[in-house]
Design a protein around this ligand. Structure first.
Ligand code: NAI
Length: 334
């Protein structure tokens, strides 16, 4: 079996100072990629900064015989996003792979979700992916080659309480991935996304019981263990013991490889299982003079998943609609 390798290629992994990003960086480096290990080194809620975690992972890669440089710019601004790309170009002269992985959480129910909490999360996840991708894109277009792996979440695709900011950001990343896959096709730039499930500090933070009131703060993750019941803690330990973050990285590596045949797709990955999320469209219900009552009376038919399709782009969706319309006699002919 030939090994998937990245010799001569350069990868940027954002948020690679810990958690999933560290494993992505270690795997890519072990297969020959030169890696820019980016991380701002803050808390799970995005407070503080420390160049240490990125340095430590870059050092770990070098000690294992790989090649890496550390970078501690924040993905959350356009200027710093360019800074990350400049680090890669200064060290290695090209960019073949970008893994947009950096992330934070600021969870709370909507009434307590302040605009500042929304901004902080959108800035890192959604705008962060944009801020690093845009300058990297120029390099990839010039090369006529690129692989981008974004990081979305089931919380954005399926929804989950207390994460309106995060769900909006992660849902936005799905849209960004779909659009860039189409825009990148002519230049051999493939853009896919993963929705990971892994035992990291972020998952621990998410699984803790909600605070009695008010919003998150940086100390919340540290409180989690002490406020959990023994039964809840036991369940959490059982779940997290299966969710080694290293089991997500092979999916990232494949999507980052030259041989990756797909673009614009979303793969959920955790505990060694890989599956695909997709957007389906039901066959639906058609009435040339549709009324609100028609919608009420035909809701089951509208929602019926039998015979659904998976349109590749809006043009294909409109074509499906027009086929149904064309198959019916014009108004007044009935
Ligand atoms: P983590 O908290 O261990 O890692 C996130 C890393 O991003 C941290 O090292 C942090 O310092 C870095 N970071 C945060 N803000 C940054 C910024 N502005 N610039 C550069 N680096 C920054 O969490 P984890 O679980 O490894 O998360 C990685 C990605 O996976 C995130 O995008 C997260 O939303 C996503 N995810 C994780 C899931 C899980 O089960 N762990 C589930 C769904 C999505």
């Amino acid at each position: 079996m030939t090994q998937l390798r990245f010799d001569g290629q350069v990868a940027i992994v954002t948020g690679a100072g810990g958690g999933l990003g560290r494993h992505h960086a270690l795997l890519l480096a072990s297969r020959g990629a030169h890696v820019v290990v980016n991380d701002i080194g803050g808390s799970v809620t995005g407070d503080g900064a420390d160049a240490g975690p990125a340095e430590a992972v870059a050092q770990e890669i070098r000690e294992l015989g790989g090649e890496a440089v550390a970078d501690s710019h924040s993905v959350a601004t356009a200027v710093d996003g360019e800074g990350i790309v400049k680090t890669a170009l200064a060290a290695y002269g090209r960019i073949d792979i970008l893994v947009n992985n950096a992330g934070i959480l600021r969870d709370t129910p909507l009434p307590d979700m302040t605009p500042a909490m929304l901004d902080a999360v959108i800035d890192v996840h959604l705008k962060g992916a944009f801020h690093v991708t845009r300058p990297a894109w120029q390099v990839m277009r010039t090369q006529g080659y690129g692989r981008i792996v974004n990081t979305t979440s089931a919380a954005g695709i399926l929804g989950t309480p207390r994460k309106s900011n995060y769900g909006a950001a992660k849902g936005g990343i799905v849209g960004l991935t779909r659009v860039l896959a189409l825009e990148g096709a002519a230049d051999n730039i493939k853009v896919n996304a993963i929705a990971p499930i892994a035992a990291t500090r972020m998952l621990t933070h998410s699984m803790r019981p909600p605070r009695d009131s008010g919003a998150d703060d940086a100390s919340a993750a540290e409180d989690a263990g002490s406020r959990m019941s023994p039964a809840a803690q036991a369940m959490m330990d059982a779940v997290t013991s299966k969710l080694d973050p290293a089991l997500v990285s092979p999916v990232v590596a494949f999507l980052a490889h030259r041989d990756c045949p797909v673009s614009g797709e979303i793969f959920t990955a955790g505990a060694g299982q890989v599956a695909r999320f997709f957007t389906g469209r039901t066959a639906g219900y058609y009435a040339p003079a549709l009324s609100a009552e028609d919608v009420r009376d035909h809701l089951a038919e509208i929602r019926d998943e039998a015979g659904y399709t998976v349109p590749t782009d809006p043009g294909e969706e409109i074509a499906q609609l027009l086929r149904v319309v064309a198959a019916r006699p014009p108004l007044g002919a009935l």
